[in-house]
Ligand binder design. Structure first.
Ligand SMILES: [Zn+2]
Ligand SMILES: [Zn+2]
Ligand SMILES: [Zn+2]
Length: 157
């Protein structure tokens, strides 16, 4: 792939994320404001989930109070999900619905670090089957699964 093609692909991906974010907000009667777009940009540019502090360093235009408020709106619209490690740590990332990126997490209880990980497709299918078999037993309608491993990162053990 040439550099031009890479850039075009990344641009297309960005437009997609913003369009999906905007349409999700519209469902809850919310506008896709500049601040919300900047938060989505920050999360989209990041390698992994970000703390509030991590989001704030992305742009000088983000103020702490409005970032909190807007993250709550984005969460409500299912554009962003909060990953809670403990009472002290929370991180944010774009939802799978918006990015199309299905993955799992390694969550450090020591420092709150979260690492995105991928599982083999065959294991994903087994997981889905095992979970939906259990769900069917109790007439539960599943939409998606979350499986994260909690422990200590290399800095903390
Ligand atoms: Zn750690
Ligand atoms: Zn993640
Ligand atoms: Zn999975």
């Amino acid at each position: 792939m040439t550099i031009d093609e890479t850039t075009a692909a990344e641009t297309a991906q960005n437009i997609d994320v913003h369009q999906l974010a905007a349409s999700r907000l519209a469902v809850t009667d919310q506008r896709y404001t500049k601040t919300r777009r900047t938060i989505v940009d920050a999360l989209h540019a990041s390698e992994g989930p970000l703390t509030i502090a991590g989001i704030l360093v992305f742009s000088d235009e983000l103020a702490q109070s409005s970032t909190y408020r807007n993250l709550a709106v984005l969460e409500e619209a299912a554009v962003v999900q909060r990953i809670v490690v403990s009472d002290d740590f929370a991180r944010f990332e774009l939802t799978e619905d918006v990015t199309g990126y299905h993955h799992h997490h390694l969550i450090c209880e020591g420092c709150g670090a979260i690492i995105d990980i991928n599982l083999p497709r065959s294991l994903e299918q087994q997981l889905d089957k095992a979970l939906s078999d259990q769900a069917r037993n109790v007439d539960f309608t599943g939409t998606h699964h979350r499986v994260d491993l909690v422990g200590l990162c290399s800095d903390c053990h």
